[in-house]
Design a protein around this ligand. Structure first.
Ligand SMILES: Cc1ncc(COP(=O)(O)O)c(C=O)c1O
Length: 423
């Protein structure tokens, strides 16, 4: 498939559907791009006007194996032919147990592990907190600036950015404490804490802050945090909803930090685009929640579990974590090569193919959200779908399928370069 733009963007059919949408869909569920999708395959999206785009949003990081991967589709179809949803809470089935067994073996956590499944990233985070609370008998939660953990009450309360995620939705869950997210430039400061560590059930940290702007946590800080958690019997939770599943060059980003968390939350790319999320962790911790205390009607739906088992096979067969590193290197060197002539490139950061390009005002060094929006608009109009990130909305992020072929990647980088240069 080749990029093809044959109408103004959005095209006439997309505009018609947008009008219908405005009348019938709650505006709160926004969309970054005004194009409506007709088909998707590999790294491409085809809209209802016949325009063909390369996809750097990947369903916000849910499509690491590419759209409509034939092996994943086949697994979904086979499962649909068997049964769709007896509900694990009523009568269990093998794909759930096989997936739990598989993931528990792979997760970078010491000792024997268990898994449990839900539908969304927010639900995984909520349940990790519930598990940590029942294990420790404590109420407090420690989170970080720039964090995004989801939109449900607990996850939203743990999230950092006020607008749009929290605006007007308080009161929030109490006993949540926040420290500066520790990165290359920000040390993890555990002195003069305004809370008693013995009241904290868990800390939840993204190894690479996703929505917050693709900021990798520092290795030193992770080691310090691990030590702090061990010292005070705090459960360390790595939220890998966005950084997980091959995106950063390893199946789990935590593999690159030299420390092991107690629990990991996963979602997004684990089931090739179907809603599935998971908490995986130390068996003693996972078993601390009483029977019936966690779960849900649709959690661990068999079609999603079958898809996830196929996704794992694809990850191994096509060596997608390794591929993430190759993609990331190419993106980095392309953007770095523009730095001299585009003084608004404030830096490039990230891990593997989870790359963030920082857009600034060259005069003041301040985040430049407007220029970032111009870059996204130009890219879309020339066949590249992207979504921004960052607490200040000034980060270009890459969440392309890891199955993207080199020639398509080159095409996409040409569009991205022109978008940055012309901004
Ligand atoms: C790190 C992280 N945690 C949790 C979530 C919430 O996931 P969901 O939107 O599936 O509820 C997200 C979503 O972007 C995320 O990036």
């Amino acid at each position: 498939m080749e990029v093809r733009i044959k109408t103004p963007i959005p095209g006439p059919r997309s505009i018609e559907l947008s009008q219908l949408r405005a009348l019938n869909v709650a505006q709160g569920h926004g969309s970054v791009c005004g194009i409506f999708i007709d088909r998707a395959e590999g790294a491409h999206l085809v809209d209802v006007d016949g325009n063909i785009f390369i996809d750097y949003a990947g369903g916000i990081g849910t499509i690491n194996v590419g759209h409509s991967h034939p092996k994943v589709l086949a697994a979904m179809k086979d499962q649909i032919d068997q049964f769709v949803h007896p509900c694990f809470t009523v009568a269990p089935y093998e794909p759930y147990v096989s997936l739990a067994t598989n993931l528990s073996k792979r997760v970078p956590i010491s000792g024997s592990c268990k898994a449990v499944f839900f539908n969304s990233g927010a639900e995984a985070v909520e349940n990790a907190v519930k598990i940590a609370k029942s294990y420790t008998g404590r109420k407090g939660i420690l989170v970080f600036s720039h964090a995004f953990h989801g939109r449900t009450l607990m996850a939203m309360s743990m999230t950092y950015k006020e607008d749009p995620y929290k605006k007007g939705f308080g009161p929030f869950v109490p006993n949540i404490h926040r420290l500066e997210f520790p990165s290359e430039n920000v040390d993890l400061d555990l002195n003069n804490l305004e809370f008693d560590p013995r009241t904290i059930a868990c800390t939840v940290i993204e190894p690479v802050a996703g929505e917050g702007g693709f900021i990798p946590a520092s290795r030193n800080a992770m080691a310090k945090l691990r030590k702090f958690c061990t010292q005070h019997d705090i459960v360390m939770v790595a939220d890998e909803v966005q950084s997980g599943f091959g995106r950063t060059g390893t199946l789990f980003a935590m593999e690159q930090f030299g420390v092991k968390p107690d629990l990991i939350t996963l979602a997004k790319s684990i089931a090739g685009g179907l809603p599935l999320s998971s908490v995986i962790g130390r068996s003693d911790l996972m078993d601390s929640a009483h029977i019936g205390g966690i779960g849900g009607t649709f959690g661990g739906n068999p079609v999603a579990c079958a898809a996830a088992l196929a996704v794992l096979e694809v990850m191994d067969d096509e060596q997608l974590p390794e591929r993430a590193n190759e993609i990331g290197k190419k993106v980095r060197s392309k953007v770095e090569s523009l730095k001299d002539k585009c003084l608004w490139i404030g830096g490039v950061r990230g891990l593997g193919a989870m790359i963030g390009v920082i857009i600034i005002d060259p005069e003041t060094g301040a985040p430049d959200k407007k220029r970032t929006s111009r870059i996204h608009k130009y890219a879309l109009e020339h066949g590249l779908v992207m979504i921004p990130a960052g607490t200040d909305g000034n980060i270009i992020r890459t969440l392309m399928p890891l199955t993207i072929k080199d020639d398509i990647l080159d095409q996409s980088l040409d569009i991205l370069s022109k978008a940055i240069v012309n901004a």
